[in-house]
Design a protein. Structure first.
Ligand code: FES
Length: 152
């Protein structure tokens, strides 16, 4: 069996890879710029991060998302979207698979109930889930992960 090395083809292949690499870097920079153009630089400053598309969460539905490493339950009730921690303070279960009745979500593990509007446990208002403000822009649900820093 004869194995031939075609040095000319190898050089051409290297040039092709180099051009593709440069092109991908250029495209990456271009996309980042266009994202800022679309959402505006203020999206980073005001602490809101994009999550799922608006039509992925219908009225009366819950959906678990993870944004910036945080497990968040999105709930759509009364035309509003609410965000709350997707970690039950009782024993750490997540809420997907639980029951949603009006503004109350019931944990699927042991039945603790929380108000999605303020995160309060219905039996003891001192136990509160972290809540996140949500807004819809460009058909996307944005979640306030960090509070905006005060400008001096
Ligand atoms: S883990 Fe949620 S009620 Fe027990």
């Amino acid at each position: 069996m004869l194995i031939q090395f075609d040095i000319h083809n190898d050089i051409q292949l290297s040039w092709t890879r180099a051009i593709l690499y440069c092109f991908s870097i250029w495209i990456g920079k271009f996309l980042r710029l266009s994202k800022n153009d679309i959402y505006g630089e203020s999206m980073n400053k005001d602490g809101f991060e994009s999550s799922i598309k608006e039509d992925e969460l219908k009225e009366g539905q819950m959906r678990a998302v993870r944004v910036k490493g945080k497990p968040i339950l999105l709930v759509r009730v009364g035309g509003e979207v609410f965000g709350l921690s997707n970690r039950c303070p009782h024993a750490g279960c997540t809420f997907e698979g639980g029951i949603l009745r009006e503004y109350i979500v019931m944990c699927p593990c042991h039945g603790w109930k929380f108000d999605v509007r303020n995160g309060q446990y219905t039996e003891n208002p001192l136990t509160v889930l972290q809540t996140y403000r949500c807004k819809i822009m460009f058909s996307t649900i944005f979640i306030e992960i960090e509070k905006p820093k005060q400008q001096k």
